[in-house]
Design a protein around this ligand. Structure first.
Ligand code: AMP
Ligand code: GLY
Length: 425
């Protein structure tokens, strides 16, 4: 098969790495890809949201399967466009992708169907938002969220009224996330452990992936602003078998089924961002694509052929398939550019990657990297995902951190506490 992966992050490099091992693969393309995908796929210079360009490319090259990494093309309707042309593509259509594309839609959907989530109010205007904040309906801290896509940075936890007003201003007046800030969701702050619960669906049935725990805040001990994710471990140490089944029964199935009833078939990924609270698991957010960095440790643990799994969703025959996973834990630590997630410089020369990859069992997935004149340079906020999978989480983390000590670029930073406490449960 000729397969095209859309995107350029660590997630896409990990997907490309796994797909490159498929017995079904004939040729792999990645658009636009990065310096890591370049070594296993042919990078195509088309942006991930260039829907016209990508569908023309897929038609001309007779691509048998396209796999979409990021959410934006899905929200913009790339699946609808490909299907119109009779091209096979993994992911939900525009209608179903609204579950990720609009927080207001997602919250109202959960309210309609009694799917556990944080208490919330929607504000359609600045005045309404300020009124809600002053109404004392919510205790502080509370969370202010931009309605639309904001690259994982649109949820702002606010300690007091002043901070909340600033957050609303940032989203609705300064339009930090452009049109995504036309409406805001104001919601109750939940406490507990977070988990990323990811399944593949064909619209009716699901194939669960192994659980993961992401680490969103930029600094150790969960300090600093939220990022797209600074590291992930799999499995989540806080989800046992019983809780796993409870999540499937009370959240995953109702979501898939109710969406189908509303005429929105979730084909592709359903990623449920959860807070494991004392009252049980509650939904923080829905995504309709794979997680990043979560996909990186997940691909290390997947024993099945990923292409078979993706096709089961596209061809709507999930019943016949089951995913095999390694029992060993896996983890990823993200190395980011200095200043990320706020302001950062690009174009720094990256050294020591070959040394790091020499540790047996260490995988260095690329994210914001580019290759110029025989050297690697940074080209984004999250630059590399250093991953491993060993017998225990402790050994896995030890190996990853040793490998990281060989890598250098100016102002690089990473969290030193990914997976900490994970062995205790
Ligand atoms: P979201 O974009 O909605 O997933 O939010 C991003 C991150 O913000 C989550 O992964 C949590 O760390 C945090 N967050 C979002 N909503 C809440 C909430 N209601 N209570 C506590 N933390 C939250
Ligand atoms: N790591 C968080 C996400 O993929 O949304």
């Amino acid at each position: 098969m000729k397969i095209l992966i859309i995107g350029s992050g660590g997630r896409e490099h990990a997907l490309a790495w796994k797909i490159s091992q498929s017995s079904r693969l004939e040729k792999l393309y990645c658009a636009p890809g990065n310096a890591g995908t370049m070594s296993i796929a042919e990078n195509v210079p088309l942006g991930a949201s260039d829907i016209q360009g990508l569908s023309d490319f897929a038609s001309n090259e007779k691509i048998d399967l396209t796999v979409v990494g990021p959410e934006l093309p899905l929200i913009l309707g790339i699946v609808d466009e490909f299907e119109k042309k009779g091209l096979k593509i993994f992911g939900p259509d525009k209608n179903a992708a609204e579950l990720e594309g609009s927080k207001v839609f997602a919250k109202q959907f959960m309210e309609r169907h009694k799917i556990p989530t944080a208490k919330f109010k929607v504000a359609e205007s600045l005045e309404q938002a300020m009124e809600i904040l002053k109404s004392e309906e919510f205790y502080f801290p509370l969370v202010v969220k931009a309605d639309g896509p904001a690259a994982g940075k649109g949820a702002i936890v606010c300690r007091n009224l002043k901070r909340a007003e600033e957050a609303v201003n940032l989203i609705m007046v300064e339009k930090k996330f452009s049109d995504s800030g036309k409406r805001v969701v104001i919601e109750e702050f939940l406490t507990g452990k977070e988990a990323s619960f990811i399944v593949i669906s064909d619209g009716v049935k699901v194939l669960p992936f192994v659980t993961t725990m992401d680490h969103k805040p930029v600094f150790d001990e969960d300090r600093g602003p939220n990022t797209g994710g600074m590291g992930a471990i799999s499995p989540s140490p806080f989800i046992d078998k019983e809780l796993f089944h409870e999540i499937v029964k009370t959240i995953v199935f109702p979501t898939i089924t109710r969406m189908l009833e509303e005429g929105r078939k979730i084909k592709g990924v359903l990623y449920v961002g959860l807070m494991l609270t004392e009252q049980g698991p509650k939904v923080l957010e829905y995504n309709c694509r794979f997680g990043d960095p979560e996909t990186q440790p997940q691909m290390l643990r997947m024993e099945s052929d990923l292409v078979d799994v993706l096709l089961a969703s596209v061809e709507e025959n999930i019943l016949e398939k089951e995913i095999q996973w390694s029992h060993q834990p896996a983890a990823c630590v993200v190395i980011a550019s200095g200043g990320y997630p706020i302001k950062y410089e690009k174009g720094k020369k990256i050294e020591g990657m070959e040394e790091a990859a020499k540790f047996p069992g260490v995988f260095v997935f690329h994210a914001g990297t580019e290759f110029k004149d025989g050297e690697y340079y940074t080209s984004g906020g999250r630059v590399l995902g250093v991953c491993a999978s060993e017998k225990t989480l402790e050994e896995t983390m030890d190996k990853i951190y040793k490998a990281i000590s060989r890598i250098y670029f100016e102002a690089m930073h990473w969290r030193r506490d990914i997976g900490a406490g994970g062995e205790e449960e």
